[in-house]
Design a protein around this ligand. Structure first.
Ligand SMILES: C[S@@+](CC[C@H](N)C(=O)[O-])C[C@H]1O[C@@H](n2cnc3c(N)ncnc32)[C@H](O)[C@@H]1O
Length: 152
């Protein structure tokens, strides 16, 4: 699992406490000082080019837990929001396994946006579904990767 914008990693520490193998978690953040030093870490800005992971590893799950910088990054609703979500999810999809999932909290948005994000990603060759499971409460956007890029 890759956690982008992991910060102090309270969620990931809870997962380890509940039995998830720590070796299966990589924490990422743009700000090195936010990350703890007892996990595997990767420092990068999710809006820029993503680094390659060890052995070109791909992930079953990529999470963006309470990383509300999408709405801050694009400032406006509508088209800029669609482009920003599509671009971030495309970067994550490059690093996601077939049948993998992306989960993002902290960026509330409705079906009028998620449907268009799904269309954009499909145009780019990704066979995905994009849904916000809690659009009116705490936002939880889920992207499901059905097949590899450009394979149908
Ligand atoms: C509100 S904190 C959430 C921390 C943790 N995930 C949690 O749920 O408690 C947001 C984190 O996202 C990181 N972040 C903000 N912009 C980012 C970016 N462009 N790329 C990667 N991480 C970013 C921040 O440095 C911060 O650690």
């Amino acid at each position: 699992m890759l956690s982008v914008g992991a910060g102090a990693a309270y969620l990931e520490r809870l997962l380890v406490h509940l039995g998830v193998n720590k070796d299966n978690i990589i924490l990422a953040d743009v700000e090195p000082k936010h990350l703890p030093d007892d996990f595997q870490i990767k420092i990068f800005d999710m809006f820029e080019e993503w680094p390659e992971f060890k052995d070109r590893q791909k992930f079953d799950l990529i999470i963006f837990p309470e990383n509300p910088s999408i709405n801050v990054h694009c400032h406006k609703y509508g088209e800029p929001e669609i482009q920003t979500f599509s671009s971030i999810f495309a970067k994550a999809l490059q690093n996601l396994k077939l049948e993998g999932e992306i989960k993002m909290t902290g960026n509330p948005t409705g079906p009028e946006i998620t449907e268009k994000v799904e269309q954009e990603l499909r145009k780019a060759g990704y066979n995905v579904t994009v849904q916000n499971l809690h659009p009116t409460k705490e936002s939880l956007i889920v992207v499901k990767n059905k097949t590899s890029p450009n394979t149908g």
